[in-house]
Write a protein that binds this ligand. Sequence first.
Ligand code: UP5
Ligand code: MG
Length: 190
Amino acid sequence: HPGRTPVTTFVLGGPGSGKGTQCTKIVETFGFTHLSAGDLLRNEISSNTENGVMILNTIREGKIVPSEVTVKLILKAIESSENDRFLIDGFPRSEENRMAYERVVGTEPDFVLFFDCPEEEMVKRVLNRNQGRIDDNIDTVKERLRVFTALNLPVIKYYSEKGKLYKIDATGTEDEIFERVHPVFAALRP
Ligand code: UP5
Ligand code: MG
């Protein structure tokens, strides 16, 4: 629908909280385009771009890639899409990320999902994933959790204070969680 104001949703939550899994379900049911910041960065590693090595090292350490790199990738993905509904998964991870996005893209998200999950459950899910991600080991997971608490929770608090946050209980089965997500999107215009 060219010309319509796009709908943008940030999807946040700790490592293994189920962001990617639930985004897939939202895409199937509500026709959004899923932009995973982590996937966009991992694509840069595989395509041997100038930032590839820096991104690889940053992800292996569980730290945050410089905002300008990630924002550029997200903006490119938005601009090359025909869709007008976007799920931005795993971004912004810090207040600095958030402000860089606002400065470069020029908009705020319409609303934000936060998948709230106990740490021990997140650790269990990540260590069981077994898909060869270089950051799915106990040491990196601990750092990912530390960075999440220190830098991402303030972003979540910011959107909560703006009245834009939907906090979703991210425990239970994938389908049980999607039943909690569904009403948020069902309320949007068709
Ligand atoms: N699973 C899912 N739901 C389940 C359920 N209800 N019950 C049981 N199991 C469930 O799920 C994780 C695993 O759990 C899967 O095996 C799934 O089948 C199972 P998933 O849906 O993948 O969870 P998700 O929240 O997406 O976990 P992910 O590990 O992708 O989260 P992260 O936020 O850690 O990873 P991301 O890819 O976003 O980022 C990776 C790294 O990239 C970051 O640490 C950082 O170094 C870098 N990065 C940046 O620097 N900047 C960015 O903007 C983004 C990333
Ligand atoms: Mg993910």
